[in-house]
Design a protein around this ligand. Structure first.
Ligand SMILES: [Zn+2]
Ligand SMILES: [Zn+2]
Length: 347
């Protein structure tokens, strides 16, 4: 049986580079993709390190891949061997009540390649080959590199949060709390959509430097200055939209504190189960609107591909490190370091 190199996670903190059988496209709709690049998401790092515990072993993580179709199974009509593709990690049925109204990320029959979310997790893309379904594939335009294309899924998530759910409009004053790679993508989407003042907030000066280089008009480090005071000095009338893309509960609390009347605010980054409180009457009279957003949809994937293809968002700009799959352990170490942005693994 032909074999391939894969980074197999046998237990928390037990990631092994080993030879495993190449998956086959045997069932209806199956496609096997030769992986060219895969983004290293914090979710993957959390699985490797045991920070998130919903992992069944052994598994292969990595859910932000691009590659080339290597084999197609029965019934596959729209993709052929040799096609360059981008893979959406979430597979959806297309027929349940959620899929029928476009919320494919709520699908009752979902599976996920290498990621977090549904119960049904398939081996992911920190491997030379990966099996998925035709419905998860998107044609990669030639203008987009495989590395840039590996950032389609997070960019799609950023578009879905900022534009689709929070309805950012041209001229909005926008605050992004947390400008790691996903926050930077939110920021780049907001910039492309015509943000007026675009304020980046982060406790890392490294992240803030990246944000300013990519278009933030102002940078605030809440560890060094009073964030709310600074935001209201810059925008005396307060933000139109705040996106929390950080994760820690303190970031959500800061977002709640930054609201003025009519502010839209998006609980985007936090995934842990921690509480924050809202003053009922104040929330009533602020007439603010809370949004949240997770995952991606075919609509968001299509928009992200168009943003990259036309140069409105250049995802290459957030890549700080590239590693071949054989250096997977170095990639993991960099993920745990402070001075990194998007890490790409090339199987
Ligand atoms: Zn991810
Ligand atoms: Zn469905």
């Amino acid at each position: 049986m032909p074999s391939m190199l894969a980074a197999v996670l046998h237990d928390f903190d037990d990631l092994r580079l080993e030879q495993v059988p190449i998956p086959r496209a045997e069932e209806v709709g199956d496609v096997v993709v030769r992986i060219k690049a895969c983004g290293f998401c914090a979710t993957d790092y959390k699985a490797i390190k045991g920070i998130r515990r919903n992992v069944k072993f052994p598994t292969i993580v990595g859910h932000e891949p691009s590659g080339v179709v290597a084999e197609v199974g029965p019934g596959v009509e729209h993709f052929h061997v040799g096609d360059e593709v981008i893979v959406q990690p979430l597979g959806h049925c297309g027929f349940c009540r959620h899929c029928r109204v476009g919320n494919t990320h709520y699908c009752e029959h979902a599976f996920c390649t290498g990621g977090d979310g549904p119960e049904n997790v398939w081996p992911g893309a920190f491997a030379e080959y990966m099996r998925t379904k035709e419905i998860c594939l998107y044609h990669k335009p030639p203008a987009i590199s495989f590395d840039a294309a590996a950032i389609t899924e997070p960019l799609a998530g950023a578009w879905k949060g900022v534009i689709h759910h929070s309805q950012m409009q041209i001229g909005d004053d926008v605050v992004i709390i947390g400008v790691g790679s996903i926050g930077l993508l939110c920021m780049m989407v907001a910039k492309a959509a015509g943000a007026a003042r675009l304020i980046a907030i982060d406790t890392s000066d490294y992240a803030l430097r990246n944000a300013v280089a990519l278009g933030a008009t102002h940078a605030i480090n809440p560890a060094k200055e009073e964030a709310k005071k600074r935001v209201y000095e810059i925008i005396p009338s307060g933000p139109d939209l705040i996106v929390e893309a950080a994760g820690p509960i303190e970031a959500v609390r800061l977002m709640v504190d930054l609201r003025r009347r009519g502010t839209r605010w998006n609980v985007f980054g936090i995934t842990t189960h921690e509480a924050f409180s809202l003053d009922g009457g104040l929330t009533h009279f602020l007439e603010g609107r809370m949004d949240a957003s997770f995952g991606t949809t075919p609509l968001a994937m299509s928009k992200a591909i168009r943003l990259m293809e036309t140069g409105l968002v250049d995802t290459e700009k957030i890549i700080s490190h590239r590693f071949p799959l054989s250096q997977m352990h170095e990639a993991v170490a960099v993920m745990g370091s402070a001075e990194r942005n998007k890490v790409i693994v090339q199987p």
